[in-house]
Design a protein around this ligand. Structure first.
Ligand SMILES: [Fe+2]
Ligand SMILES: [Fe+2]
Length: 257
């Protein structure tokens, strides 16, 4: 699936649209460009490592492609930052993780959280005109690539669990649970910290200046998640943890609109 749905776009060929002052201020004022760039850099390093460690040549090729796409996301963001004169902090190094499998579990589940909310945020930004349509078009393939990545990741995880011998499989499952909890706590901390300024994940739509109840936003994330996943082979396992969690919490989130 990952190899067959590769989109060969080139970051250098992107024709960045001219923005009016208000759009430019909105874009450059978003607080998350630094974290977006470093997240892509870390994801690329982690996926290169797990690709190197993968014995199955087809899995290695697919994860190496995933690493290439993360690096390409980073390149797109860097080109955009340069083009529009966005200022971000100094970049850290991206070392190879010591334990590639553990790093990929954390990165994969991290992407499951981030992508789910990014799907909703992107839809809000598109419908509200926060981003002009030309810019939405540039970012659309990146968002869809993240949908492919999390779909690939949960299927990789399911496959590895079945193909490992009993004891390593039990350890792998325990590590997976640990990685989900690690990412959930991390993202909750981030959302809470972010209450102090503008924010990116759960409450990110407020940063876009859109009046949407938390419940309406979660409904939108669920819808977008389904729409983006619907185009792939129905036999593949779907990322379920975050959608299930949100569906369970939905009644506690108050009114729909
Ligand atoms: Fe990415
Ligand atoms: Fe990704």
């Amino acid at each position: 699936m990952l190899l067959n749905t590769f989109d060969p776009y080139k970051p250098a060929a992107i024709d960045w649209p001219a923005l009016d002052t208000a759009s430019w201020e909105r874009l450059t004022g978003l607080p998350f460009w630094h974290i977006a760039v470093t997240t892509e850099g870390d994801a690329a390093a982690c996926m290169n490592a797990i690709a190197e460690d993968s014995e199955d040549p087809l899995i290695r090729e697919a994860i190496a492609l995933n690493a290439f796409e993360e690096q390409r996301h980073k390149n797109v963001l860097e080109n955009m930052i340069r083009h529009y004169g966005i200022r971000i902090g100094a970049e850290p190094p991206y070392p190879r993780p010591a334990d590639a499998e553990w790093a990929y579990l954390k990165t994969g589940y991290g992407e499951c959280f981030d992508s789910f909310f990014a799907f909703g945020l992107f839809r809000v930004a598109k419908d509200s005109g926060f981003f002009p349509p030309e810019l939405v078009e540039v970012f659309e393939p990146i968002i869809q690539e993240e949908a492919r990545h999390i779909l690939f990741f949960v299927n990789w995880r399911a496959y590895m669990r079945v193909h490992k011998p009993l004891l390593p499989s039990v350890i792998f499952t325990a590590q997976s649970v640990r990685a989900v909890l690690n990412r959930a706590v991390d993202r909750m901390k981030f959302a809470r910290e972010d209450n102090n300024n503008s924010n990116l994940t759960v409450k990110g739509h407020e940063g876009l200046g859109i009046d949407l109840t938390p419940r309406a936003f979660m409904e939108l994330c669920l819808q977008e998640n389904e729409r983006r996943m619907a185009r792939y082979d129905p036999r593949l396992v779907r990322p379920q943890i975050v959608p299930r969690f949100v569906r369970t919490l939905r009644p506690l989130l108050g009114r729909r609109s």
